[in-house]
Ligand binder design. Sequence first.
Ligand code: 13P
Length: 256
Amino acid sequence: MHADRQPIIGGNWKLNPQSLGEAVSLAGQLRNRLGSQRSVQVVLFPPMPFLHEVAEKLRESELLVGSQDLAVQAAGAFTGAVSAAMIRSVGGQWVLCGHSERRAVFGDSDAIVGQKLSAALAGGCKPVLCIGESLEQREAGQTFAVVAAQLQVLKSFQVSQLQDLVLAYEPVWAIGTGRVATPEQAQEVHLFIRQQVQELFGKNFAQQLRIQYGGSVKSATAAGLMAQPDIDGLLVGGASLLAEEFANIVRFKSGN
Ligand code: 13P
């Protein structure tokens, strides 16, 4: 955490919960706990069919809403696709691009992730670009090479287009495994990412860029991660479905 960068914490609900009622109820519980705090920017990423109602539930609170994904296309005959403009229209301001589950399960390549980033920016959504290495890649000593390669998608943008960009470092081996990176492991990669971004876009941009850590974050580990100088936020999966636990993460307070 750095005094010049406002912390940003995301709750990625993934394919949960299964009903609109449960989604709105969770949003309400989070609003009660976090709706008026301003020190941390909080963005919830519910499943697309619930986005509008969740955004309505959070209206005039400090909690923001985003989409877990978007289509490359802006409009037209693309069955099943959801555009950035549609996300905006139902109250979404943010969008995840290149989450590792999109990459691994749905085949989003770096090229597609770059196009999604472009579609998000063109449609007025603020992007969170997710990057991170697999266990195999880490064990082969390829972590830095992998994240450097994933960052290459940024090259096709001007710095002026990327003012709202947030990066999320999510090592795949830490996602949903209960195996959180140590603060030192995460910091090492965050610093490397910031240096890479500095090479691409200069020091001023790199210094103001916020980089989240994601992968098995719990309230017990949030404060330790956030104490690192280059960790500016967290992207939380499983623990974001538990209102009190997620609220404690946002407060950097251990619930245990
Ligand atoms: P978990 O917190 O469940 O490991 O998920 C992390 C994640 O993928 C957030 O985008």
